[in-house]
Design a protein around this ligand. Structure first.
Ligand code: NAD
Length: 499
Protein backbone atom coordinates (compact mmCIF):
# COMPACT_ATOMS: atom_id res chain seq x y z
CA UNK A 1 0.00 0.00 0.00
CA UNK A 2 1.44 3.36 -1.01
CA UNK A 3 1.95 5.73 1.90
CA UNK A 4 -0.56 8.59 2.19
CA UNK A 5 1.08 11.99 2.48
CA UNK A 6 -0.50 14.90 4.35
CA UNK A 7 -0.78 18.68 4.47
CA UNK A 8 1.09 20.77 7.03
CA UNK A 9 -1.22 23.31 8.61
CA UNK A 10 -0.76 25.35 11.77
CA UNK A 11 2.38 23.46 12.75
CA UNK A 12 0.91 20.00 12.32
CA UNK A 13 0.62 17.20 9.82
CA UNK A 14 -3.02 17.10 8.72
CA UNK A 15 -4.53 14.21 6.74
CA UNK A 16 -6.21 15.09 3.44
CA UNK A 17 -10.00 15.27 3.69
CA UNK A 18 -11.03 15.72 0.05
CA UNK A 19 -10.84 12.01 -0.78
CA UNK A 20 -8.85 12.88 -3.92
CA UNK A 21 -5.23 11.77 -4.31
CA UNK A 22 -2.39 11.99 -6.83
CA UNK A 23 0.00 9.06 -7.34
CA UNK A 24 3.63 9.93 -6.63
CA UNK A 25 6.05 7.64 -8.44
CA UNK A 26 9.54 6.45 -7.79
CA UNK A 27 10.72 7.30 -11.33
CA UNK A 28 13.56 4.76 -11.08
CA UNK A 29 11.16 1.85 -10.78
CA UNK A 30 7.93 3.27 -12.14
CA UNK A 31 6.14 2.19 -8.95
CA UNK A 32 3.74 4.34 -6.98
CA UNK A 33 5.59 5.31 -3.80
CA UNK A 34 3.02 7.51 -2.10
CA UNK A 35 -0.20 9.42 -2.62
CA UNK A 36 -0.50 13.19 -2.41
CA UNK A 37 -3.80 14.39 -0.96
CA UNK A 38 -5.34 16.94 -3.31
CA UNK A 39 -6.53 19.75 -1.10
CA UNK A 40 -10.00 21.24 -1.31
CA UNK A 41 -11.03 24.89 -1.11
CA UNK A 42 -11.84 24.30 2.58
CA UNK A 43 -8.38 22.87 3.27
CA UNK A 44 -6.75 25.89 1.62
CA UNK A 45 -9.08 28.03 3.76
CA UNK A 46 -7.82 26.27 6.92
CA UNK A 47 -4.19 26.96 5.95
CA UNK A 48 -4.96 30.61 5.21
CA UNK A 49 -6.78 30.95 8.54
CA UNK A 50 -3.73 29.53 10.36
CA UNK A 51 -1.43 31.93 8.51
CA UNK A 52 -3.74 34.87 9.20
CA UNK A 53 -3.80 34.04 12.91
CA UNK A 54 0.01 33.83 13.01
CA UNK A 55 0.59 37.10 11.15
CA UNK A 56 0.19 39.74 13.92
CA UNK A 57 2.75 38.13 16.20
CA UNK A 58 5.20 37.15 13.47
CA UNK A 59 5.12 40.52 11.72
CA UNK A 60 5.57 42.16 15.13
CA UNK A 61 8.63 40.01 15.91
CA UNK A 62 11.75 42.09 15.44
CA UNK A 63 13.71 41.33 12.28
CA UNK A 64 16.77 40.05 14.11
CA UNK A 65 14.68 37.42 15.89
CA UNK A 66 13.08 36.43 12.59
CA UNK A 67 16.56 36.11 11.11
CA UNK A 68 17.60 33.84 13.98
CA UNK A 69 14.87 31.37 13.03
CA UNK A 70 16.27 31.33 9.50
CA UNK A 71 19.83 30.88 10.77
CA UNK A 72 18.66 27.85 12.74
CA UNK A 73 16.72 26.58 9.71
CA UNK A 74 19.87 26.84 7.58
CA UNK A 75 21.75 24.71 10.16
CA UNK A 76 18.96 22.14 10.09
CA UNK A 77 19.09 22.03 6.28
CA UNK A 78 22.80 21.27 6.49
CA UNK A 79 22.27 18.63 9.16
CA UNK A 80 19.48 16.96 7.15
CA UNK A 81 21.09 17.36 3.71
CA UNK A 82 21.52 13.62 3.03
CA UNK A 83 17.99 12.68 4.05
CA UNK A 84 16.49 15.56 2.06
CA UNK A 85 18.59 14.74 -1.01
CA UNK A 86 17.52 11.08 -0.99
CA UNK A 87 13.89 12.06 -0.49
CA UNK A 88 14.12 14.50 -3.39
CA UNK A 89 15.87 12.07 -5.72
CA UNK A 90 13.41 9.29 -5.02
CA UNK A 91 10.45 11.40 -6.21
CA UNK A 92 12.06 13.63 -8.84
CA UNK A 93 14.69 11.30 -10.30
CA UNK A 94 17.63 13.71 -10.31
CA UNK A 95 20.91 12.22 -9.09
CA UNK A 96 21.89 12.71 -5.44
CA UNK A 97 24.65 15.26 -6.12
CA UNK A 98 22.19 17.32 -8.18
CA UNK A 99 19.53 17.02 -5.47
CA UNK A 100 22.07 18.43 -3.01
CA UNK A 101 22.60 21.30 -5.45
CA UNK A 102 18.83 21.91 -5.49
CA UNK A 103 18.79 22.10 -1.67
CA UNK A 104 22.00 24.13 -1.52
CA UNK A 105 20.62 26.75 -3.94
CA UNK A 106 17.57 27.14 -1.67
CA UNK A 107 19.79 27.26 1.39
CA UNK A 108 21.69 30.16 -0.18
CA UNK A 109 18.43 32.11 -0.42
CA UNK A 110 17.92 31.40 3.30
CA UNK A 111 21.44 32.76 3.94
CA UNK A 112 20.47 35.88 1.99
CA UNK A 113 17.22 36.17 3.95
CA UNK A 114 19.19 36.03 7.22
CA UNK A 115 20.28 39.58 6.32
CA UNK A 116 16.70 40.82 6.65
CA UNK A 117 17.42 43.33 9.44
CA UNK A 118 19.55 45.19 6.94
CA UNK A 119 17.50 44.42 3.82
CA UNK A 120 14.20 45.64 5.23
CA UNK A 121 15.52 48.95 6.51
CA UNK A 122 13.70 52.04 5.28
CA UNK A 123 15.08 55.43 4.32
CA UNK A 124 15.23 58.62 6.30
CA UNK A 125 15.56 62.27 5.37
CA UNK A 126 16.25 64.57 8.25
CA UNK A 127 15.00 68.13 7.94
CA UNK A 128 13.22 67.65 4.64
CA UNK A 129 11.57 70.96 5.60
CA UNK A 130 12.06 73.05 8.71
CA UNK A 131 11.42 70.68 11.59
CA UNK A 132 10.08 68.12 9.15
CA UNK A 133 11.52 64.62 8.75
CA UNK A 134 10.51 62.08 6.10
CA UNK A 135 11.03 58.35 6.49
CA UNK A 136 9.89 55.18 4.84
CA UNK A 137 9.38 51.66 6.10
CA UNK A 138 8.94 48.34 4.37
CA UNK A 139 6.08 46.43 5.93
CA UNK A 140 5.07 42.83 5.28
CA UNK A 141 1.95 42.23 3.18
CA UNK A 142 0.18 39.66 5.36
CA UNK A 143 -0.65 36.13 4.20
CA UNK A 144 1.14 35.32 0.94
CA UNK A 145 1.24 32.13 -1.14
CA UNK A 146 3.64 30.22 -3.37
CA UNK A 147 2.78 27.66 -6.06
CA UNK A 148 5.80 25.64 -7.17
CA UNK A 149 6.84 23.25 -9.97
CA UNK A 150 8.15 19.69 -9.76
CA UNK A 151 11.64 20.36 -11.04
CA UNK A 152 13.18 22.16 -8.02
CA UNK A 153 11.12 20.94 -5.06
CA UNK A 154 13.60 22.37 -2.52
CA UNK A 155 15.07 25.49 -4.11
CA UNK A 156 11.92 27.12 -5.45
CA UNK A 157 9.79 26.89 -2.29
CA UNK A 158 12.77 28.38 -0.43
CA UNK A 159 13.14 31.21 -3.01
CA UNK A 160 9.65 32.17 -1.97
CA UNK A 161 9.02 31.39 1.69
CA UNK A 162 12.59 32.21 2.76
CA UNK A 163 12.27 35.84 1.73
CA UNK A 164 8.53 36.18 2.47
CA UNK A 165 8.79 34.88 6.04
CA UNK A 166 11.97 36.86 6.72
CA UNK A 167 10.02 40.01 5.80
CA UNK A 168 7.36 39.17 8.41
CA UNK A 169 4.71 37.59 6.18
CA UNK A 170 3.08 34.25 6.85
CA UNK A 171 3.01 31.72 4.05
CA UNK A 172 0.91 29.06 2.32
CA UNK A 173 2.88 26.84 -0.05
CA UNK A 174 1.19 24.69 -2.71
CA UNK A 175 4.01 22.45 -3.99
CA UNK A 176 3.93 20.28 -7.08
CA UNK A 177 1.77 17.24 -6.49
CA UNK A 178 4.47 15.14 -8.23
CA UNK A 179 7.16 15.50 -5.53
CA UNK A 180 5.74 17.10 -2.37
CA UNK A 181 7.76 15.28 0.33
CA UNK A 182 10.63 17.75 0.48
CA UNK A 183 8.43 20.86 0.85
CA UNK A 184 6.53 19.07 3.65
CA UNK A 185 9.81 18.25 5.38
CA UNK A 186 11.01 21.87 4.97
CA UNK A 187 7.90 23.08 6.82
CA UNK A 188 8.66 20.68 9.69
CA UNK A 189 12.26 21.89 9.84
CA UNK A 190 11.06 25.52 9.96
CA UNK A 191 8.99 24.63 13.04
CA UNK A 192 11.99 22.91 14.59
CA UNK A 193 13.97 26.07 13.87
CA UNK A 194 11.52 28.08 15.95
CA UNK A 195 8.97 29.42 13.45
CA UNK A 196 5.65 29.76 15.30
CA UNK A 197 2.67 27.63 14.26
CA UNK A 198 0.95 28.90 11.14
CA UNK A 199 3.94 30.87 9.81
CA UNK A 200 4.63 28.26 7.10
CA UNK A 201 1.82 25.99 5.90
CA UNK A 202 1.87 23.47 3.06
CA UNK A 203 -1.34 22.50 1.28
CA UNK A 204 -0.97 19.88 -1.40
CA UNK A 205 -3.22 19.88 -4.38
CA UNK A 206 -3.99 20.56 -7.99
CA UNK A 207 -6.11 23.15 -9.82
CA UNK A 208 -8.78 23.23 -7.10
CA UNK A 209 -6.27 24.26 -4.41
CA UNK A 210 -4.57 26.69 -6.81
CA UNK A 211 -7.86 28.36 -7.67
CA UNK A 212 -8.73 28.59 -3.97
CA UNK A 213 -5.44 30.43 -3.43
CA UNK A 214 -5.90 32.75 -6.40
CA UNK A 215 -9.35 33.85 -5.28
CA UNK A 216 -8.94 33.86 -1.48
CA UNK A 217 -9.63 37.38 -0.22
CA UNK A 218 -7.07 37.19 2.61
CA UNK A 219 -4.07 36.27 0.43
CA UNK A 220 -2.21 39.40 -0.59
CA UNK A 221 0.39 38.09 -3.03
CA UNK A 222 1.02 34.97 -5.10
CA UNK A 223 4.37 33.78 -6.35
CA UNK A 224 4.33 31.10 -9.03
CA UNK A 225 6.90 29.08 -10.96
CA UNK A 226 5.89 26.54 -13.61
CA UNK A 227 4.98 26.29 -17.28
CA UNK A 228 4.03 29.40 -19.25
CA UNK A 229 0.39 28.62 -19.99
CA UNK A 230 -0.28 28.10 -16.28
CA UNK A 231 1.89 31.10 -15.33
CA UNK A 232 -0.21 33.32 -17.58
CA UNK A 233 -3.42 31.96 -16.05
CA UNK A 234 -2.06 32.46 -12.52
CA UNK A 235 -0.99 36.03 -13.26
CA UNK A 236 -4.25 37.09 -14.86
CA UNK A 237 -6.44 35.40 -12.22
CA UNK A 238 -4.43 36.56 -9.20
CA UNK A 239 -4.21 40.16 -10.39
CA UNK A 240 -7.93 40.17 -11.30
CA UNK A 241 -8.51 39.28 -7.64
CA UNK A 242 -6.45 42.22 -6.47
CA UNK A 243 -3.28 40.33 -5.60
CA UNK A 244 0.32 41.16 -6.29
CA UNK A 245 1.70 38.41 -8.53
CA UNK A 246 4.97 37.17 -9.99
CA UNK A 247 4.61 34.16 -12.29
CA UNK A 248 7.70 32.58 -13.83
CA UNK A 249 7.13 30.38 -16.89
CA UNK A 250 8.88 28.03 -19.31
CA UNK A 251 12.08 28.44 -21.24
CA UNK A 252 14.09 27.55 -24.31
CA UNK A 253 17.61 28.73 -23.65
CA UNK A 254 20.11 29.17 -26.47
CA UNK A 255 23.90 28.90 -26.30
CA UNK A 256 25.67 30.86 -29.04
CA UNK A 257 29.07 29.44 -29.99
CA UNK A 258 31.39 31.88 -31.76
CA UNK A 259 34.23 30.49 -33.91
CA UNK A 260 36.89 31.57 -31.40
CA UNK A 261 35.34 29.73 -28.43
CA UNK A 262 37.33 27.09 -26.54
CA UNK A 263 35.58 24.03 -28.03
CA UNK A 264 36.59 21.59 -25.27
CA UNK A 265 35.09 23.88 -22.67
CA UNK A 266 31.98 24.47 -24.81
CA UNK A 267 31.35 20.74 -25.13
CA UNK A 268 31.79 20.19 -21.38
CA UNK A 269 29.35 23.02 -20.75
CA UNK A 270 26.73 21.73 -23.18
CA UNK A 271 26.75 18.10 -22.07
CA UNK A 272 26.31 19.22 -18.46
CA UNK A 273 23.68 21.85 -19.04
CA UNK A 274 21.63 20.20 -21.80
CA UNK A 275 21.48 16.72 -20.24
CA UNK A 276 22.01 17.33 -16.48
CA UNK A 277 18.83 16.62 -14.48
CA UNK A 278 17.55 14.93 -17.68
CA UNK A 279 17.07 18.42 -19.15
CA UNK A 280 14.36 19.21 -16.60
CA UNK A 281 15.71 22.64 -15.68
CA UNK A 282 14.31 25.99 -16.71
CA UNK A 283 17.92 27.13 -17.07
CA UNK A 284 19.02 24.08 -19.09
CA UNK A 285 20.75 24.81 -22.39
CA UNK A 286 18.80 22.75 -24.97
CA UNK A 287 19.68 24.82 -28.08
CA UNK A 288 23.22 25.18 -29.46
CA UNK A 289 23.80 27.86 -32.07
CA UNK A 290 27.24 27.50 -33.63
CA UNK A 291 28.17 30.44 -35.84
CA UNK A 292 29.57 29.36 -39.22
CA UNK A 293 29.66 25.93 -40.89
CA UNK A 294 33.15 25.17 -39.61
CA UNK A 295 32.16 25.91 -35.97
CA UNK A 296 29.04 23.76 -36.38
CA UNK A 297 30.99 20.83 -37.80
CA UNK A 298 33.65 21.03 -35.10
CA UNK A 299 30.95 21.24 -32.40
CA UNK A 300 29.05 18.19 -33.69
CA UNK A 301 32.23 16.19 -34.12
CA UNK A 302 33.30 16.96 -30.55
CA UNK A 303 29.98 16.60 -28.75
CA UNK A 304 28.59 13.49 -30.48
CA UNK A 305 30.92 10.96 -28.82
CA UNK A 306 30.40 12.67 -25.48
CA UNK A 307 26.61 12.39 -25.76
CA UNK A 308 26.84 8.77 -26.90
CA UNK A 309 28.77 7.86 -23.77
CA UNK A 310 26.64 9.70 -21.22
CA UNK A 311 25.71 7.38 -18.39
CA UNK A 312 22.03 7.26 -17.57
CA UNK A 313 21.31 5.52 -14.28
CA UNK A 314 19.11 5.35 -11.23
CA UNK A 315 19.18 8.50 -9.17
CA UNK A 316 21.26 6.92 -6.39
CA UNK A 317 23.97 5.71 -8.80
CA UNK A 318 26.97 7.97 -8.06
CA UNK A 319 28.35 7.30 -11.56
CA UNK A 320 25.18 8.37 -13.39
CA UNK A 321 25.22 11.70 -15.23
CA UNK A 322 21.46 11.90 -15.02
CA UNK A 323 18.50 9.82 -13.89
CA UNK A 324 14.94 9.21 -15.07
CA UNK A 325 12.43 11.95 -15.89
CA UNK A 326 9.71 12.62 -13.38
CA UNK A 327 6.71 10.66 -14.71
CA UNK A 328 5.74 8.31 -17.51
CA UNK A 329 3.53 11.05 -18.99
CA UNK A 330 6.46 13.42 -19.09
CA UNK A 331 8.61 10.76 -20.75
CA UNK A 332 5.91 10.28 -23.40
CA UNK A 333 5.70 14.03 -23.95
CA UNK A 334 9.47 14.28 -24.54
CA UNK A 335 9.34 11.29 -26.93
CA UNK A 336 6.47 13.04 -28.74
CA UNK A 337 8.67 16.09 -29.32
CA UNK A 338 11.52 13.93 -30.62
CA UNK A 339 9.09 12.20 -33.01
CA UNK A 340 7.89 15.61 -34.11
CA UNK A 341 11.45 16.80 -34.76
CA UNK A 342 12.04 13.79 -37.00
CA UNK A 343 8.77 14.44 -38.87
CA UNK A 344 9.73 18.06 -39.31
CA UNK A 345 12.97 17.06 -41.01
CA UNK A 346 15.65 17.72 -38.39
CA UNK A 347 18.65 15.31 -38.37
CA UNK A 348 18.40 13.01 -35.35
CA UNK A 349 22.07 12.16 -34.86
CA UNK A 350 21.56 10.33 -31.57
CA UNK A 351 18.23 8.77 -30.69
CA UNK A 352 17.53 8.24 -26.98
CA UNK A 353 13.89 7.23 -27.36
CA UNK A 354 14.28 3.48 -26.93
CA UNK A 355 16.68 3.55 -24.03
CA UNK A 356 15.96 1.05 -21.29
CA UNK A 357 17.96 0.56 -18.10
CA UNK A 358 18.68 -3.06 -17.29
CA UNK A 359 16.90 -4.09 -14.11
CA UNK A 360 14.78 -0.92 -14.20
CA UNK A 361 12.76 -1.52 -17.34
CA UNK A 362 9.69 0.18 -15.86
CA UNK A 363 11.59 3.34 -14.86
CA UNK A 364 11.01 6.60 -16.72
CA UNK A 365 14.40 6.68 -18.43
CA UNK A 366 15.36 8.35 -21.67
CA UNK A 367 18.66 8.18 -23.45
CA UNK A 368 20.29 11.39 -24.60
CA UNK A 369 19.11 12.68 -27.99
CA UNK A 370 20.97 15.03 -30.31
CA UNK A 371 19.43 16.87 -33.25
CA UNK A 372 21.33 18.75 -35.95
CA UNK A 373 19.89 21.10 -38.59
CA UNK A 374 16.94 22.22 -36.53
CA UNK A 375 15.27 25.30 -38.03
CA UNK A 376 13.24 28.09 -36.52
CA UNK A 377 10.00 27.13 -38.29
CA UNK A 378 9.89 23.77 -36.49
CA UNK A 379 7.47 23.27 -33.62
CA UNK A 380 10.14 21.31 -31.74
CA UNK A 381 12.29 24.45 -31.83
CA UNK A 382 9.53 26.82 -30.77
CA UNK A 383 8.32 24.71 -27.82
CA UNK A 384 9.99 23.75 -24.57
CA UNK A 385 10.84 20.01 -24.57
CA UNK A 386 12.13 19.76 -20.96
CA UNK A 387 13.99 16.49 -21.55
CA UNK A 388 17.48 15.19 -22.40
CA UNK A 389 17.45 16.58 -25.93
CA UNK A 390 19.94 19.01 -27.48
CA UNK A 391 19.01 20.79 -30.72
CA UNK A 392 21.64 22.37 -32.96
CA UNK A 393 20.47 25.36 -34.99
CA UNK A 394 23.17 26.41 -37.44
CA UNK A 395 23.68 30.11 -37.97
CA UNK A 396 25.67 32.09 -40.52
CA UNK A 397 26.60 35.17 -38.53
CA UNK A 398 26.82 36.57 -35.02
CA UNK A 399 23.95 38.98 -35.80
CA UNK A 400 21.72 36.18 -37.04
CA UNK A 401 22.61 34.03 -34.03
CA UNK A 402 21.71 36.81 -31.61
CA UNK A 403 18.30 37.20 -33.25
CA UNK A 404 17.34 33.60 -32.43
CA UNK A 405 17.01 33.94 -28.64
CA UNK A 406 15.90 37.56 -29.05
CA UNK A 407 12.94 36.57 -31.23
CA UNK A 408 12.02 33.34 -29.43
CA UNK A 409 8.79 33.39 -27.43
CA UNK A 410 10.74 32.51 -24.28
CA UNK A 411 13.43 34.72 -22.77
CA UNK A 412 14.61 33.05 -19.60
CA UNK A 413 18.34 32.44 -20.03
CA UNK A 414 20.93 32.59 -22.80
CA UNK A 415 24.67 32.02 -23.06
CA UNK A 416 27.46 33.08 -25.38
CA UNK A 417 30.76 31.24 -25.70
CA UNK A 418 33.64 33.31 -27.02
CA UNK A 419 37.02 34.85 -26.23
CA UNK A 420 35.94 38.12 -27.88
CA UNK A 421 35.12 40.68 -25.19
CA UNK A 422 33.54 43.14 -27.62
CA UNK A 423 31.15 40.55 -29.03
CA UNK A 424 30.23 39.28 -25.56
CA UNK A 425 29.62 42.80 -24.32
CA UNK A 426 27.42 43.69 -27.25
CA UNK A 427 25.53 40.41 -26.88
CA UNK A 428 24.87 40.96 -23.16
CA UNK A 429 23.68 44.47 -23.86
CA UNK A 430 21.45 43.75 -26.88
CA UNK A 431 19.98 40.28 -26.45
CA UNK A 432 16.27 40.23 -25.58
CA UNK A 433 16.52 37.73 -22.70
CA UNK A 434 16.46 38.17 -18.90
CA UNK A 435 19.53 36.23 -17.72
CA UNK A 436 22.76 36.09 -19.70
CA UNK A 437 25.82 33.86 -19.34
CA UNK A 438 29.19 34.76 -20.83
CA UNK A 439 31.10 31.49 -21.05
CA UNK A 440 28.72 30.37 -18.28
CA UNK A 441 26.19 27.79 -19.49
CA UNK A 442 23.63 28.03 -16.68
CA UNK A 443 23.61 31.66 -15.59
CA UNK A 444 21.36 31.23 -12.55
CA UNK A 445 21.98 34.40 -10.55
CA UNK A 446 23.11 33.97 -6.95
CA UNK A 447 20.66 34.48 -4.08
CA UNK A 448 21.63 38.12 -3.44
CA UNK A 449 21.01 38.99 -7.09
CA UNK A 450 17.67 38.22 -8.63
CA UNK A 451 16.09 35.57 -10.85
CA UNK A 452 13.66 36.24 -13.66
CA UNK A 453 13.25 35.86 -17.39
CA UNK A 454 11.60 38.04 -20.03
CA UNK A 455 8.76 37.58 -22.53
CA UNK A 456 6.71 34.41 -21.96
CA UNK A 457 9.20 33.22 -19.32
CA UNK A 458 7.81 35.59 -16.69
CA UNK A 459 4.56 37.43 -16.07
CA UNK A 460 4.68 40.36 -13.65
CA UNK A 461 7.36 42.93 -13.00
CA UNK A 462 9.20 41.83 -9.90
CA UNK A 463 11.72 39.01 -9.89
CA UNK A 464 12.41 36.22 -7.40
CA UNK A 465 14.81 36.64 -4.42
CA UNK A 466 17.56 39.20 -3.96
CA UNK A 467 16.47 42.78 -3.22
CA UNK A 468 13.61 42.33 -5.73
CA UNK A 469 12.23 39.53 -3.55
CA UNK A 470 12.21 41.84 -0.54
CA UNK A 471 10.33 44.42 -2.63
CA UNK A 472 7.82 41.80 -3.78
CA UNK A 473 6.99 40.71 -0.24
CA UNK A 474 6.79 44.17 1.33
CA UNK A 475 4.86 47.36 0.82
CA UNK A 476 6.37 50.72 1.43
CA UNK A 477 4.93 53.32 3.77
CA UNK A 478 6.28 56.85 3.85
CA UNK A 479 5.85 59.05 6.89
CA UNK A 480 6.21 62.85 6.91
CA UNK A 481 6.53 64.12 10.48
CA UNK A 482 6.45 67.71 11.64
CA UNK A 483 7.75 68.84 15.01
CA UNK A 484 7.23 72.19 16.76
CA UNK A 485 10.03 73.99 14.91
CA UNK A 486 8.21 73.37 11.65
CA UNK A 487 4.75 74.32 12.84
CA UNK A 488 3.15 77.29 11.07
CA UNK A 489 0.16 79.24 12.17
CA UNK A 490 -3.02 79.32 10.13
CA UNK A 491 -4.56 77.02 7.53
CA UNK A 492 -2.95 76.54 4.15
CA UNK A 493 -5.10 75.78 1.11
CA UNK A 494 -2.29 75.07 -1.35
CA UNK A 495 -0.30 71.89 -1.75
CA UNK A 496 2.85 72.02 0.37
CA UNK A 497 6.01 72.54 -1.71
CA UNK A 498 9.61 73.35 -0.99
CA UNK A 499 9.26 76.92 -2.24
P1 NAD B 1 3.30 23.08 -14.22
O1 NAD B 1 2.95 24.40 -14.81
O2 NAD B 1 2.66 21.86 -14.75
O3 NAD B 1 2.96 23.08 -12.64
C1 NAD B 1 3.40 24.12 -11.80
C2 NAD B 1 2.40 24.27 -10.67
O4 NAD B 1 1.14 24.64 -11.21
C3 NAD B 1 2.18 23.01 -9.86
O5 NAD B 1 2.11 23.32 -8.50
C4 NAD B 1 0.86 22.47 -10.40
O6 NAD B 1 0.12 21.77 -9.43
C5 NAD B 1 0.13 23.75 -10.79
N1 NAD B 1 -0.79 23.52 -11.92
C6 NAD B 1 -0.64 22.67 -12.95
N2 NAD B 1 -1.67 22.75 -13.80
C7 NAD B 1 -2.52 23.68 -13.30
C8 NAD B 1 -3.76 24.23 -13.72
N3 NAD B 1 -4.36 23.81 -14.84
N4 NAD B 1 -4.33 25.17 -12.97
C9 NAD B 1 -3.74 25.61 -11.85
N5 NAD B 1 -2.56 25.13 -11.39
C10 NAD B 1 -1.95 24.18 -12.10
O7 NAD B 1 4.90 22.98 -14.27
P2 NAD B 1 5.81 21.74 -13.90
O8 NAD B 1 5.67 20.69 -14.96
O9 NAD B 1 5.62 21.35 -12.49
O10 NAD B 1 7.26 22.41 -14.01
C11 NAD B 1 7.99 22.52 -15.20
C12 NAD B 1 7.81 23.88 -15.82
O11 NAD B 1 8.22 24.90 -14.92
C13 NAD B 1 8.67 24.07 -17.06
O12 NAD B 1 7.91 24.76 -18.03
C14 NAD B 1 9.83 24.91 -16.56
O13 NAD B 1 10.47 25.68 -17.54
C15 NAD B 1 9.13 25.78 -15.58
N6 NAD B 1 10.06 26.36 -14.63
C16 NAD B 1 10.31 27.69 -14.74
C17 NAD B 1 11.20 28.29 -13.89
C18 NAD B 1 11.47 29.76 -13.97
O14 NAD B 1 11.93 30.32 -13.00
N7 NAD B 1 11.20 30.41 -15.08
C19 NAD B 1 11.85 27.52 -12.91
C20 NAD B 1 11.56 26.15 -12.82
C21 NAD B 1 10.65 25.58 -13.70
Amino acid sequence: MAQELHHFINGQQVAGKSGRFWDVFNPNTGEVSSKTPLGSTEEVGAAVAAAEKAFPEWSGTNPQRRARVLFKFKELLEANMDELAHMLSSEHGKVIADSKGDIQRGLEVIEFACGIPHLQKGEYTENAGTGIDVYSMRQPLGVVAGITPFNFPAMIPMWMFGVAIACGNTFVCKPSEKDPSVPLKLAELMMEAGAPEGVLNVVNGDKEAVDAILTHPVIKAVSFVGSSAIAEYIYSTATAHGKRCQAMGGAKNHGIILPDADMDQVVDDFVGSAYGSAGERCMALPVAVPVGEDTANRFIEAIKPRVETLKVGISTDPEAHYGPVVTRDHRDKVVGYINKGVEEGADLLIDGRDFSLQGYENGFFLGASLFDKVTTDMETYREEIFGPVLQVVRSESFEEAMQLPSKHQYGNGVAIFTRDGDAAREFASQVNVGMVGINVPIPVPLAYHTFGGWKRSAFGDVNQHGPEGVRFYTKIKTVTARWPKGLKEGASFVIPTMN
